[in-house]
Write a protein that binds this ligand. Structure first.
Ligand SMILES: Cc1cc2nc3c(=O)[nH]c(=O)nc-3n(C[C@H](O)[C@H](O)[C@H](O)COP(=O)(O)O)c2cc1C
Length: 272
């Protein structure tokens, strides 16, 4: 990668003060250069890509080494199309040759316990659902970093949670296992690349010793940086504040996910 650390930091923080570069190497530079890819070439992935990404995912830390996640690799175009329908019809799920469904999976430990005559009722607690979700997210992000280092593009799909029961049926997921989010993987279409998206300034997210609420001035500067970014990259959504208001304005903004507790209970999670 040719970009300097200073250039990458400037891109990440827009017009906000750029943090000092600090120690760096190719891994840090690659991580700082992340962007989601939503436009893919149809070309297939090299043999062994899925296994490499899963090995990277399994190399992530996992709470108590319980490994409470699974991933379903979906290549079949028909199944990808159906999963796209369940996921707000996002077209890139059909376009990219691989769709990985990352699952919070408490079913495996349940089966392993049952086979040994143990009920493992500790799995019935909200805490264990959180463990499974955190495990799945850490694993998936390792796969993302690995994929990007290979020149592949990825985008997460939280909209997969719009229809968790339909996703579970499509993938034959057992009770106590849910598709937490998807990940499209493929070769980025070079004709439709985007810049790295600016993030909130460190003055807002980095608290030293104790928490200090953000200043309005920093928030507004970020809002206008993001609006500029959206304009430059022909992306919908405008500024950040507009996005925040529409995404979490009320239960109606959650695309059916406001009923998540009820849906998870039906999928077998205890959540006590
Ligand atoms: C858990 C999760 C779910 C996401 N779901 C979607 C999605 O359904 N559709 C989409 O286009 N992007 C989705 N994204 C991508 C985010 O929109 C993206 O990461 C964010 O806007 C920052 O942009 P960047 O990844 O290009 O830096 C998701 C990201 C995460 C972490």
């Amino acid at each position: 990668m040719s970009e300097t650390i200073e250039g990458l930091l400037r891109a990440r923080y827009g017009t906000a003060p750029t943090p000092p570069a600090g120690p760096t190497n190719d891994v840090v530079r690659a991580i700082l250069d992340h962007r989601s890819v939503r436009a893919f070439r149809p070309d297939p992935l090299p043999a062994g890509t899925i296994e490499t990404l899963v090995a990277a995912a399994q190399s992530a830390p996992t709470s108590s080494n319980l490994q409470t996640w699974s991933v379903v690799a979906v290549e079949d175009p028909g199944r990808r199309a159906r999963l796209a329908e369940f996921s707000a019809r996002q077209g890139f799920i059909r376009e990219a040759p691989l769709f990985l469904v990352w699952c919070a999976d408490l079913s495996r430990l349940g089966r392993i316990g049952a086979a040994r005559g143990a009920a493992l009722t500790g799995l019935d607690y909200l805490e264990m659902y959180m463990v499974a979700l955190i495990d799945a997210a850490l694993a998936a992000q390792n796969a993302v970093v690995a994929a990007e280092s290979l020149g592949l593009g990825t985008v997460y799909v939280g909209a997969l949670r719009n229809k968790p029961a339909e996703v579970a049926a499509e993938l034959s997921l057992p009770a106590n296992c849910m598709g937490a989010f998807g990940l499209s993987v493929g070769w980025p279409d070079p004709a439709r690349v985007t810049e790295a998206k600016p993030r909130l300034p460190q003055s807002i997210v980095l608290h030293r010793e104790t928490y200090r609420p953000e200043s309005d001035e920093d928030v507004e500067r970020y809002d206008s940086d993001l609006a500029e970014f959206s304009r430059r990259n022909a992306m919908a959504g405008g500024g950040w504040l507009e996005r925040v208001m529409s995404r979490v304005g009320g239960p109606q903004s959650l695309s059916g996910r406001d009923r998540m507790r009820e849906i998870l209970t039906r999928l077998g999670f205890g959540l006590r």
